[in-house]
Design a protein around this ligand. Structure first.
Ligand code: NAD
Length: 424
């Protein structure tokens, strides 16, 4: 009986279309809860705002902004804010829905939300960036809050932008509301461990997956695509555990060393100039060769859509750890499954970031801050518990870890929906 949404036209490969097909795939595993599934196929609330600012040259510019709260059955909305000229309402809807799945998969007491502004921040002065952030925050201020919806950084947003968002919201409510956003600078209620949290989560889930596969991390060969916040931290932790990082690719190119790259030397060079500047440490090879490098573990930690059907056919990896969001196209996913390659999906593998964001929010409420060891121990425990539950579900139904993650997450969300009941 439900009406189709009139404000989006998803296609098979568009973000919202992809999300809808992921949900359809788990319906057979939801039992009687399947009667609630339509609730996952539409956002609870979607706000479109006009963001006008006066530019440095005196002209008035208008930008389109969004905040979508996909589902809040299990708690307040949680999800980042993206500043990008190509952001659309449909993309933000899909990203908010993936946050609903991610927070439920690791069992955090949150729903899913996401926001964005259609703007290229590189074309703004610092003053214009502050203005657009503050006006956007004020416009979405009617639906965000420490108990309702908590934004965080995403593409092209950072700790400074979170500080402006926190200040603007606080000015409007007449107090200091540190818990309204996460990813803040440390002295403004930020958390230790947040910067490395996503890479650490990739390591924790990868270590457990390797153990279950009977793969020894000592000497294991790892190829990493994307050597930024997620990829470089994960690579460092695997190297500390005895693995060899045999190939790294970033936007500048690909470097290979079958004896293992020296990360202590590579990381500073990569941060400054990109990996190809580290010529003395390995061989620079054509980018497509990255996918042929003999390896045991492949970590895509750059962009979406990188593992295509063709690349899925050639990889020698036995384990894929999705640090990036959406790095594997659906057809490649099926090929990897047929070839017996285990994929730890993004919605669990890279959930370390939102987990430490949750710790930040909890610490802000109690105004009591934990040391980094405590953060890391708690992160390890949450990620391990989540992965083990998902693994058991995959074994029980003989399904992939991705489908199992969606099954576990959707069951939690719909159970909450059912227990709360429909209002009125
Ligand atoms: P980042 O900007 O720090 O690093 C991105 C890396 O990808 C850089 O090394 C860059 O050179 C590389 N890259 C860019 N274009 C490339 C290309 N065409 N080919 C190969 N490499 C390319 O970003 P990040 O924070 O590490 O995020 C990486 C991925 O992880 C994204 O998909 C992001 O959505 C996802 N993610 C990040 C977090 C987080 O907390 N940072 C959390 C969850 C998911």
């Amino acid at each position: 009986m439900s009406e189709k949404l009139s404000f989006v036209s998803p296609t098979a490969n568009s973000p919202w279309g992809t999300y809808l097909s992921q949900v359809d795939r788990v319906v057979p595993y939801l039992g009687p809860l399947a009667r609630w599934v339509e609730t996952l196929k539409r956002p609870k609330r979607a706000l479109i705002v006009d963001v006008p600012i006066e530019m440095d040259d005196g002209t008035i510019a208008h930008f389109e902004g969004y905040r979508v709260q996909h589902n809040m059955s299990r708690g307040p909305g949680k999800g980042g804010v993206r500043f990008h000229p190509d952001v659309t309402l449909e993309e933000v809807m899909a990203l908010s829905a993936w946050m609903t799945i991610k927070t439920a998969a690791v069992n955090l007491p949150y729903g899913g939300a996401k926001g964005g502004i259609r703007v290229d921040p590189k074309k703004l002065s610092l003053q214009e960036l502050e203005k657009i952030t503050r006006r956007y925050t004020s416009e979405i201020g009617i639906i965000i809050g420490p108990h309702t919806d908590i934004p965080a950084p995403d593409v092209n947003t950072n700790g400074q932008i979170m500080a402006w968002m926190m200040d603007t919201y606080s000015m409007n409510v007449g107090g200091t509301a540190t818990g309204v956003v996460t990813g803040k600078p440390l002295h403004l209620g930020g958390s230790l461990g947040r910067v490395k949290a996503t890479g650490r989560g990739v390591f924790v889930t990868g270590r457990e997956a390797a153990r279950r596969l009977g793969m020894d991390l000592r000497g294991a060969r790892i190829a990493v695509q994307g050597f930024g916040n997620v990829g470089s931290v994960a690579a460092e932790l695997f190297a500390e555990a005895g693995a060899k990082i045999v190939a790294v690719q970033d936007h500048t190119g690909t470097i290979v060393n079958t004896n293992g790259l020296d990360l202590a030397k590579l990381i500073p060079v990569a941060n400054k100039e990109g990996v190809v500047a580290f010529k003395s440490g390995g061989d620079i090879v054509p980018n497509e060769d990255f996918w042929n490098v003999a390896c045991d573990i492949l970590i895509p930690a750059a962009l979406e859509g990188q593992i295509t059907a063709e690349r899925a056919q050639k990889t020698t990896a036995k384990l894929v750890l999705e640090g990036a969001n959406g790095p594997t196209v659906p057809q490649a996913d099926d090929i990897l499954a047929e070839r017996g390659v285990l994929v730890v999906p993004d919605v669990i593998c890279n959930a370390g970031g939102v987990t430490v964001s949750y710790f930040e929010w909890v610490q802000d409420f109690s105004s009591f801050f934990w040391d980094e060891d405590e953060i890391n121990v708690r992160l390890d425990r949450i990620m391990m518990n989540a992965l083990n539950q998902i693994w058991d579900t995959a074994d029980k139904h003989k399904i992939t870890l991705r489908t199992a993650t969606y099954a576990v997450a959707c069951e939690r969300i719909l159970m909450a929906r059912q227990e709360r009941g429909l209002y009125p």
